[in-house]
Ligand binder design. Structure first.
Ligand code: FMN
Length: 428
């Protein structure tokens, strides 16, 4: 059933921050109680260690690799190619591999902590295609992104519903980046039978599929649903249910998105340098209020607006609040059009919950949308966020995703009726 215009916005509305809501609940948690952020299937499953000298292994590994280990007094945090709100990493990746030399046809869990694939299901005449693109068979790869939501709801409570989708979008962006480096095309799919898949993959109420990416040759061939259920394995060491998140996911997951024609982006980066960029990508922790050149800024825009390879789509509008770009009037822009001149550094810093990183950035981008399907809009916002990270880092500009802002005040400041989905600060 199509949702009414009010109900499609209900989960955004219900997870808004305001000055008051943040004062009342500043999200303080005891770090010692953080649930585990790596899922590991039992040791009796067969495993394939990923060897970076093998192109297929490298393609898979680079979608999720740990790239830096940081020591804190509470213990080590393993940072990855994909950023994540609060470094809580709710996302997991499953990969169906069919007719690829050196691999058993099956569904594998990508065990990020140990850089290996765990074979959790062997295919016969069945597979994931029947849930995702019925009537077709894919010789190649089907990536499924899921969320072990408690890793994020542990800290961010109901608002983590947003972060599950944004983080999943970033993870899709990491898959797209690895595909680009390894000369593969991918297609993103958002509209498919996620609920049936959650059941058959044995996720219970603790993990849910958010998105899919396919890469390979598509053949007209009927494949049947998985003939066996995969046993349940918990992605955290303990769990507390959040009914709002479970319902929010269930109620939005079968709603169709807008449709568009599939068009692939055509990037032309130096691939060795791009590989280094993916490997070294980090969220910046402070900016020095330095200006970035205008040419770099527009180059970033041009690259970042390349097509998103998907038929399921929601349009994202981009507002940029320019603080320090050489040769540009500071102010609020919609695309290239100046809406309101002025120095809004302090104001945007305040709107993003008094974050100095936003105040001191060269530009803060805000993604808004008039969506039909909220999860798809959030996933695309996260996917674009990953693009901004990689393109800006490639150009020597730093970046950080910003998921925390006062929603209504930001909307009013930008002068839009559209929901503000995500923000990104860039600068030096
Ligand atoms: C959806 C999302 C929201 C984020 N929100 C913020 C934020 O509000 N403030 C901030 O300083 N960093 C934010 N970050 C950056 C994360 O803190 C960062 O990705 C994480 O600590 C891992 O570090 P890394 O990106 O350097 O690997 C966000 C990242 C994502 C993906």
């Amino acid at each position: 059933m199509p949702q009414s215009p009010i109900s499609k916005r209900i989960y955004h509305q219900a997870t808004k921050h305001s000055y008051l809501s943040v004062q009342l609940d500043p999200n303080y948690v005891d770090a010692a109680t953080q649930p585990s952020s790596f899922k590991v299937y039992p040791k009796f499953y067969r495993r394939v260690k990923l060897n970076l000298n093998n192109q297929i292994h490298s393609f898979i590994s680079l979608t999720s690799a740990v790239t830096l280990e940081k020591m804190y007094k509470e213990g080590a945090v393993k940072l990855r190619v994909n950023p994540s709100a609060g470094a809580l990493y709710p996302t997991e990746v499953y990969i169906q591999i069919r007719n690829i030399e050196g691999f058993i046809n099956g569904i594998y869990h990508l065990e990020v902590e140990n850089n290996c694939l765990t074979l959790i299901y062997e295919l016969i005449d069945d597979g994931l295609e029947s849930y995702i693109i019925p009537g077709k068979s894919i010789n190649g790869f089907i990536f499924l992104i899921s969320c072990v939501y408690y890793r994020s709801s542990w800290k961010y409570k109901d608002r983590s519903l947003r972060y599950c989708w944004l983080d999943s979008g970033h993870h899709l962006g990491a898959i797209a980046a690895s595909a680009y480096i390894h000369d593969r095309e991918i297609q993103l799919i958002f509209d498919f039978d996620k609920l049936a898949l959650n059941t058959d993959l044995g996720f219970e109420n603790k993990e849910f599929i958010t998105a899919c990416a396919i890469s390979g040759e598509i053949e007209d061939k009927k494949v049947r649903n998985l003939r066996l259920k995969v046993p349940f394995v918990c992605g955290t060491d303990y769990f507390e249910a959040n009914e709002f998140i479970e319902q929010g996911y269930q109620n939005t997951s079968l709603q169709p998105s807008r449709q568009q024609k599939l068009v692939h982006p055509q990037f032309n980066f130096d691939k060795d340098k791009f590989f280094q960029t993916v490997w070294m990508r980090r969220s910046i922790r402070r900016f020095y209020k330095q200006s970035i050149p205008q040419e770099s800024y527009w180059q970033l825009w041009q690259q970042f607006q390349q097509p998103i390879p998907t038929e399921n789509f929601e349009e994202i509008e981009i507002y940029s609040v320019v603080h320090h770009v050489r040769g540009m009037t500071p102010g609020i822009y919609k695309g290239k059009h100046l809406l309101k001149a002025g120095n809004f550094s302090e104001k945007t810093g305040y709107l993003c919950i008094n974050q100095a990183i936003v105040r001191d950035s060269a530009v803060t981008l805000f993604f808004t949308s008039d969506y039909i399907n909220y999860p798809t809009a959030m996933l695309i916002a996260g996917f674009l966020g990953q693009r901004v990270y990689l393109i800006s880092n490639f150009m020597g500009i730093h970046c950080s995703g910003i998921g925390a802002f006062y929603d209504d005040e930001t909307q009013e400041f930008l002068g839009t009726n559209q929901d503000v989905l995500y923000a990104i600060a860039i600068g030096i």
